[in-house]
Design a protein around this ligand. Structure first.
Ligand code: GLN
Length: 298
């Protein structure tokens, strides 16, 4: 980059240069990444870049932008550099303590809300359990959206819980969520307590690890992704135990990976406590979410 003393870069020139540079280096979504990083660096919204496109950068701004470019080139996800990711039209903080929220996970929320919003749904009042809350997206969105919610958000990671708690506070949901360190087996006492159990568990088969993009493999927490040899280790445990915590008629909603639907339906069919399961596809037509009710009979 011609960053020598005396050479002045405007916002527009820098966006063009960075987009081309990212493209040449194989960075995904090069234009968006350039915009998001430059806006972050200058403390602007993305749209404001274009309202001030002729504005020259100071030498300090240019130097700090170059640092961000270098970080992105190591594979660090844009979201960890800026510390933000939008989910369900809300601004969530993200750190390497938790997975970056994905658009697929919004499908899980849509599917759950469809069921909850049916007339006379016994699910509407909760309580809700989010297993492996990570950045807290499921817990926070459900706490903000359900009519009278009480949500318990579990995570094994204390740093993830702290992040989720901060997101809940910033998004006005903290008084409706209890954050608890643990997973389904501890420290919850068994007993039918919850109307809804939701989870985006780790489900990537260990053998697929090397095939993940380096943004994920080298930067996101492995505990949030690696689901054991067949990817189903945590899902299997959730399906075999969640019914003990669900009220009769209560709903279990899980995210899962490509090609796992058949095995997941089998796991559900092995448990007499569940009714028939439903699947939902994501934007790429991959079966991504499974929903199942605990039977009304105890
Ligand atoms: N969808 C994520 C990925 O492809 C995986 C999320 C998960 O394991 N819960 O990286």
């Amino acid at each position: 980059m011609k960053a020598d003393r005396g050479v002045v870069w405007t916002i527009l020139e820098l966006l063009r240069w960075t987009t081309d540079y990212f493209k040449a280096k194989g960075v995904s979504e090069p234009r968006a990444a350039a915009q998001v990083l430059l806006a972050h660096c200058l403390g602007l919204e993305r749209i404001e870049l274009y309202l001030q496109y002729n504005k020259p950068l100071t030498a300090e701004e240019l130097a700090s932008f170059k640092t961000l470019i270098r970080r992105r080139l190591t594979g660090e996800p844009t979201q960890y550099i800026t510390g933000h990711q939008e989910f369900w039209s809300l601004d969530f903080l993200v750190t390497p303590a938790a997975l970056i929220p994905r658009p697929e996970t919004e499908i899980l929320i849509e599917a759950v809300l469809e069921q909850v919003q049916q007339p006379d749904s016994p699910l509407a009042k909760g309580p809700v359990l989010d297993v492996g809350t990570g950045s807290g997206v499921l817990a926070v969105v459900l706490a903000r959206t359900l009519p009278d919610p009480w949500v318990v958000a579990l995570d094994l990671s204390a740093t993830a819980l702290a992040l989720a708690q901060e997101n809940a506070r910033r998004l006005g949901a903290a008084d409706r969520i209890s954050f608890v360190q643990g997973d389904l087996s501890q420290p919850l006492a068994p007993g039918p307590t919850f109307a809804l159990i939701v989870s985006n568990p780790p489900y990537v088969p260990t053998g697929d690890w090397q095939r993940l993009p380096r943004e994920t493999r080298d930067f996101e927490p492995r505990a949030a992704l690696d689901g054991g040899p067949d990817g189903l280790a945590v899902i299997r445990r959730l399906i075999s135990t969640a019914h003990q915590y669900l009220l009769p008629g209560g709903l279990l909603a899980l995210e899962m990976g490509q090609g796992q639907a058949e095995a997941v339906l089998d796991l559900i069919a092995q448990q007499a406590a569940y009714g028939p399961a439903q699947l939902r596809r994501d934007y790429q037509q991959i079966q991504r979410v499974v929903l199942v009710r605990r039977s009304e009979k105890a």
